[in-house]
Design a protein around this ligand. Sequence first.
Ligand SMILES: [Zn+2]
Length: 387
Amino acid sequence: MRRFSADYIFTLEGEPIQNGIVVTDDLGKILAVTNEKALSDPNIERFNGVIVPGFVNAHCHLELSHLHQKIEKGTGLIPFIKNVIGKRQEEEEKVINAMKKADEQMFQNGIVAVGDIANQSISASVKEKSNIKYHTFIEMLGFDPAKAEATIAQALKLQTHFQNSSSITPHAPYSLSKELLKNLTKFCKKVNNPISIHNQENEEENFLYRYKDGPFMEFFKEMNINVDGFKAQSKNSLQTLIPFLPDNQPILLVHNTYTSLKDIYFTKRFNLKINWCFCPNANLYIENKLPTFDFFKHNNYPITIGTDSLASNDQLCLLSEMKVLQKNIDYLSFTQLLQWATINGAKFLGFDNDLGTIATGKTPGLNLISHLKNGKLSDKSTVKKLI
Ligand SMILES: [Zn+2]
């Protein structure tokens, strides 16, 4: 049994507990949370700072870990994609070793669960042996309507490699057909299949949907991708796709860098289980631009946080993402930010029975955050995994 205490315990089940004590078994299962001031007990591990639940990284691509520091910053999304396509081929051993290191880095940074995108089966063995809980999103790409069924069949075949929690999902608005979405929504009627889709990561995606023109059309030509079946929609990508998404599955919209206020209002007209995911460091890395966070102030949907991959981030660390969010969103309280980093992601991934808050019976992991300033994160804030 272990007893942890700090200046405050943020259980996210109620108000923060000053000088609270969290009692766990040796494996980290919460046995009790109390506010007894038993500070003379020599068995209490006492820390300066605040104790919070383990973090949930809602968006990552473990299989791109070997591209760490291989892609230049600030190129914009299309050159970034070209770089990933051009550089991702590597010896299997190197890819696996990079994934193991990335997994260990996330663990040390207090991450207890990850929503991870996969295009291949190579990450399966790393995830099986990991101390982190993974949900794998098997990603589908396919602009050709005629291949929609085959694309889903292929994804389901790839899914059999993953023993842990998994689902099949479309990659992004600029790489799917309406038929693929319609078939996926039909498939979703029968099974539990959370969706995670990249959304409005660059302005060119909106331009493509509005006018069927711009840099994506050049990209398709270069890549020999046939887009004859695609028609200009005179509206942004999100507004075009929303009506085709399944209403019975949790949906994660990732990035949202170029999501307009009108897009956000549009989502409210549909009864979908939408979750937003911010990956601010990746946005700065690729596009040098952050979402307009003010637009999300009055939205009804939960917000989660992701790191994206090491191809577009210096590190896989939720605290680093939280610092950018804290600095750039003036309406954001520390408690709200913690919810984004823990329970919201846990709920989206279906892991909230065990993770996301400090409650008796759960095994959420405990992180110590030190060096808060006026109750908020500062540049100097650090995270230490306690259990
Ligand atoms: Zn991504």
